[in-house]
Design a protein around this ligand. Structure first.
Ligand code: SF4
Ligand code: MG
Length: 338
């Protein structure tokens, strides 16, 4: 299947007063039509930065970008601001953690959704209002013909999130980028929003990039998974491959820190010790080596000297110096006890 979005060897580097931050450093992935790619990693792993670059929303003056971003065969990195503006809405759209940041407090919810629709489709004001009400109904807002005239502050957090989804999907985009859209919500509302996104994806056939630090969310929604660490992909594959037979110590660490249903709530989880790498001065060799409990198993201090290449076959791969035999030996108990 032809990917709808194809990213090749993407590098996103910022200049700061202290030097160059290599926020994304050689990332490649594809998103297929109607499928969900989950991108998982800690904060600062480059997941949000990657997607801002796809949307063309990075600060162009301070950012050096290299690589290729093809959306439906159109190269986005060389596209003009005007073209990107048109594509954002018609072809790709986004939702964020904070609905208040994407909804203006000064206009009614309905007006904002209708204006987005009007701008991209040229529909009339009254048609656009009808469309806004229809979308609010579709995302589960009760009495949409009344609530359409509410302001964002009159909506609850969960309803605002629904309204933001309505606005993101009003022009029927083919790609939706969802950056931690449920992180700030309580568990029940979070589950409702996830269900809504899955339903809408079925109905509209939207491809989704779902960004999260939570493997539980990935387990719920993703088809394919990309695990990011320090601006790079360390592991990728289908959801089943990555969650059931992880190949990279970092993925294994994420899995063992994931709460599971049979985890009594008072048992402390097992977060990966240490903190994410500096992207100003990344560790030499494997960027995960200062935190990796397996680094000493690899001969000759290779982990701190040489960056392991990401070897990918049929979409499956990982970047680690451990041999398949070593992984089989060391990972089995750990994955089993997670
Ligand atoms: Fe750990 Fe070495 Fe593999 Fe990096 S390359 S994840 S440090 S074992
Ligand atoms: Mg982020």
């Amino acid at each position: 299947q032809q990917p709808f979005l194809s990213v090749r060897d993407l590098k996103v580097h910022f200049s700061t007063e202290d030097g160059i931050v290599k926020a994304v450093d050689g990332l490649s992935f594809d998103v297929l039509k109607g499928k969900t790619l989950g991108i998982v990693g800690e904060s600062g792993s480059g997941k949000s930065v990657t997607n801002l670059a796809v949307l063309g929303l990075h600060d162009r003056d301070r950012t050096a970008i290299e690589g290729e971003i093809l959306l439906d065969d159109k190269e986005l990195l060389t596209a003009s601001e005007k073209e990107l503006e048109r594509l954002r809405g018609n072809k790709m759209s986004m939702i964020f953690q904070d609905a208040l940041a994407s909804l203006s407090p000064y206009h009614t919810i309905g007006k904002q959704i209708a204006e987005t629709y009007r701008k991209h489709t040229g529909a009339s004001k009254s048609q656009s209002r009808v469309r806004a009400i229809e979308m609010l109904r579709r995302v589960g807002i009760p009495q949409p013909e009344v609530r359409v005239d509410d302001y964002p502050h009159q909506f609850s957090g969960g309803m605002r999130q629904r309204a933001m989804i309505a606005m993101a999907l009003v022009c029927d985009p083919e790609l939706l980028i969802a950056d931690e859209p449920t992180t700030a919500l309580d568990v029940t509302v979070q589950a409702q929003i996830m269900d809504l996104l899955k339903d809408l994806q079925q109905e509209f056939g939207t491809a989704i990039i779902f960004i999260t630090h939570d493997l539980g969310v990935i387990a719920d929604i993703a088809d394919d998974v990309l695990v990011m660490y320090g601006g790079r992909c360390v592991e990728r594959g289908t959801k089943r491959e990555v969650l059931q037979s992880p190949q990279h110590p970092y993925t294994l660490g994420l899995l063992s820190s994931m709460p599971s249903l049979d985890h009594p709530v008072d048992v402390p989880l097992n977060p990966i010790p240490g903190s994410p790498p500096s992207l100003l001065n990344p560790p030499t060799g494997c960027r995960f080596h200062p935190r990796c409990t397996f680094a000493e198993k690899v001969e000759g201090g290779l982990c701190s000297r040489e960056q392991p290449p990401l070897e990918v076959t049929n979409g499956r791969g990982s970047a680690c110096h451990l041999t398949a035999g070593q992984r089989a030996e060391y990972f089995s108990d750990l994955a089993g006890s997670a």
